[in-house]
Structures are given as C-alpha cells and as structure tokens.
Design a protein around this ligand. Sequence first.
Ligand code: TNX
Length: 549
Amino acid sequence: LPLLPTATAAAEPSPAAVPADVDALGLVPQPVAVELGSGAWQPTAGMRIAATGAARPLAQDLAEELRTSTGFRVPVPSRPKPGDLQIVVDPDADYTVEGAAPTEESYVLDVTGDGATLTATTAHGAHNGIQTLRQLMPAWVGSDRVVNTDWSVPAVRVEDAPRFEYRGVMLDVARSFQDVDMVKRYIDTLAGLKASHLHLHLADDQGWRIEITNEGRAEGDTIDYTRLTEVSGKTSMNENGYQQELGRSGYYTQEEYVDIVEYARDHFITVVPEIDVPGHTNSALHAIPELNTERSLPAPDPETGVVDWNGTGAVGYSALDEQHQPTYDFVNHVFGQIADLTQGPLVHVGGDESTAMGHERYVDFVSRAVPEVRETTGAGVMGWTEFAEAGLSEGEGYWEGSVVHYWVGSGDWVRDFVSKGGKAVVSDASRSYLDMKYDAMTPIGYTWACSGDCDYPRYYEWDPTTVVEGGLAEEGILGVEAPMWSETIRGEDQAMYMALPRAAAILETGWTQAEDKDVDSFSARLGEYGAHLTVNDTNYYESRRAPWQ
Ligand code: TNX
C-alpha cells in the first residue's frame, strides 16, 4: 500500500530542510548565481503547477512525476495563485543572469515561502530550470512509489545560463549493444545534469547497430543494405562467438532509433549519430560483399570473398577502398538515411585511427566523402581530430556548422578548422574517456589514455581552452563530451558505474563558468546528488572522495 501523504503543512521547514550552505543544495552542474533566502516553499497535498503555452507540456511532465512520488493530485491550472509553482516560458521575459550572458537555455528560479516561479525565454530554458528544481527537492522526487516525507524546498534564487551549448556524452553501442530502454534511462539521468547532446557510435569493426533499408538507393547501387544488421547486428565485442542471447549484440530498427531520437528531443537532447568511416568498418565489410576489393582491408577470404568477423578490440586494421564507387554509394546512402531519421544538425563521420590504409589514401577518402556527406545530408559534419588533420583546407566559412571532435592530436589542425568557420568539441581522452579504469582496482575498462588515478577530480580539473595543445579560443569551442567506448563495458549497470560521477564532471565543465568551478564544492554537491541516483536505482562509482548521502 502506498504511504499516505502528510496532511498538514508545517509553518517552518524541518531543520533537515535548511541548507548549511549553497553546496548543501546539491546542485550539479553548479549554476551561475545562487542566493539562499529564508524559509521554504512547502509543497503539500494542495500543491499545483501553473503554466500556459510552451510551459504546459513541461509542467504536465513534472506534475506526473510529482504525483507518482508525492501522492498529491498536482493539478496544472493556467492561472497561478499564491503557493503555486509557476512555470513561465515567455520570449520577452526580462531578466538578467548575474555573471553570465543569458542564452536560449538560461532561466531564473525563485523559490520563496509563498511558492516558486521559474522563468525562461524558451522551453529549453524552462527544462533546465526544472532540473535544478528537481535537485532542490528531496531525492524522493524520483521515487516510483509514493513517499511520505517533508517536501520542503529551501528558499533560494537561482540565475543560470550555460557556458557552452554542446554538453555531450557518447555511448558506443557498437562494441557492446545497449537496448532502447537502457538508452532512455541514460537520457533520463543525463538530462537531469543538463546534458544537451547524445552521440551514438552506431557502427564499428565489431558490429552494426542500425537498420538500413534499400529504399532510395542511387542509380546503379546494387548493395543490399539490409545485410548490415542481418549479418553484423549479430556480432559484437567477444572472442567467443555470436552473443545475441547475451544482449551484447543487436540493433535498433529504424522505428526504435526514431523512438530514441524523439525521446531525447523531449528531454532537450540532440542525437548525433556516428558511422565511423573509412576505418572501423569491418562490420560493414563483413556484411556487404560489394565493399570488398583488392584495396579494402582486411583482405577478404579468397574462397568466400568475405572478410572475417573480428570480435577482438583491435583498432586501425580495417579500411574502405577510397577508389571504389560503391564505397561512396554506401557512405551517401547510409548517412542520407540516418540523417533523415535523425533530423538533427550534425552527423558524425568518425574518421579516427584509419592507420592501415595510410595517410595519403585516408586524405583521398575524406576529401571526397566529407563534402558528399554534407551535400547528401544537409547537416553539419562532425569528425574525430584526424579528419581535420587530413588538411581539408577549404576557404573561410566552409566549415560553418561542422565540428572537429578533439580526442588526441595536434591543436594546429583544430585551430585551422575553426578558422574556416567550424567549431570544436573537446573530449581530451586522458580526462574525459569514461571507459578508463578509475584505478587499478576497477575490474573493467582500459588504461591507455589514463592510468593510476582517473577518479572524477581528474575529469573535473581541466578547461577546454587550455587542454588542446597550443590552446583554443573560447569562441571556437562548441562544447565538451564524455565518450564511453564499450570494448570492456557491458550492460546498463557497468555503463552507469563507469559514467558516474565522471560524466557529471564533464557536464559541469560544459555548463559552469570557468571561474565558478571548484572541485571541493563539486565533491560536496555530488554527495547530495548521489541520493537522487540511489532513489532512481542508477548505478554509480562511490568514489571515496565524495560524501555520498
Ligand atoms: C580509441 S577514441 C578509439 C576507439 C576505442 C577507444 C578505446 C577514438 C576516436 N578511437 O575506437 O574504442 O580508443 O578507449
């Protein structure tokens, strides 16, 4: 039986609800300005959320969550009265954010003894403010059953705006597959940390994870694209054979993929789909005979004409043939179809570690494929550092809307790309890769980019303007991303364990102004935030450095 909600409202918040200081509010990422007031807003059985227009769907979602955890009725009227939470989305809303320029994502949240008001100029801003409000509430807000508790929210004024617009995480679903439900829960958790982008690594040597149909094939293209998932949807990172039953292989149908994209969009998260080319392509070569030539790598079996499936974690051994027309038919068809399903501003072409084909062949491929993908998809093209190192020196403004994704490599090429109108997303491997072991005791994960102490402070104490060799100007940076490769990481619990709290450190680096970042404050706030993860049944690494509640 659900517990009964408290019937009476106390005049003063319980001592437990009075924060000792701003850090005790447990806000992650740290907002631009937080000022504690006195007293508290006390949601009780009569609580309501007033909203009109663009704020209504957000209010309704929040009301639904609060009904589940508080047991209150939580109506969503249009007209506010004292004591309500009011959510306002008004393009003309007039407010300032102390210490930062307001953006489309900014908001002001005012909590007093008489209720709470959240104001933003866009729905995205209001969504961000709701994440802050949820963190201010008792962690039970995320409970899937009614909890009888004091729901007081301490009086506080928060003025907030992000530093960067791209605050991303990446999931490698190619090496080890993750199903739709896991991806949705990942989105839930990361949206709570105000993430803005989810980069999905949808294909690699070990597997292909998205259904591609033959619809809309170009003249003369005879490739049967359904083989990509039919053959390589069944493979994954494992030396012992096909592992479909264990859930490490698999793929998203187009319908499921669109479901993920829409779910993400509802959480104000943009999906960035990646198909890695021209290397990391063994799963495509394994599935599609037409892609195999004398120059594609690895060499096909002389008898069957098919390349072996290679389930090891080796990198850099595969390559498409850059002189072969079907290679470009394939690239255009696959990216065209995925871009149609995604309807987003970016497609990620990978481009990393194509070592087996050599630099010259790589440059030939990229010089033709990247402009074609831009043309076909109409989207900006994102690629790992090497794609900028290919010296794609088109003129000023050419890379407008496109992104170089720094992981390692030369800052010169990143700056050159930015000088031609592109932007950089920074994922310094040694401080943002979520597949690195926390320390030698971590049973899963790699150590190539970080070894020894790779706990969250290392992932927190850096800045994207200085971490790239030679530095980057603030204006050239679109944001930061925490990638999780999955050679050693299987299933949701393992992924969450590696992601949290380090992804929170990267997302705070993307959100919080550089001068407001402080690792001790972050630790204290993490400790409070951890209770939300516990209530949501989300796994995380209990670093001994944070005072987990
Ligand atoms: C390097 S980072 C890779 C991935 C691996 C990862 C493992 C990058 C662009 N390429 O293919 O999965 O290391 O940590």
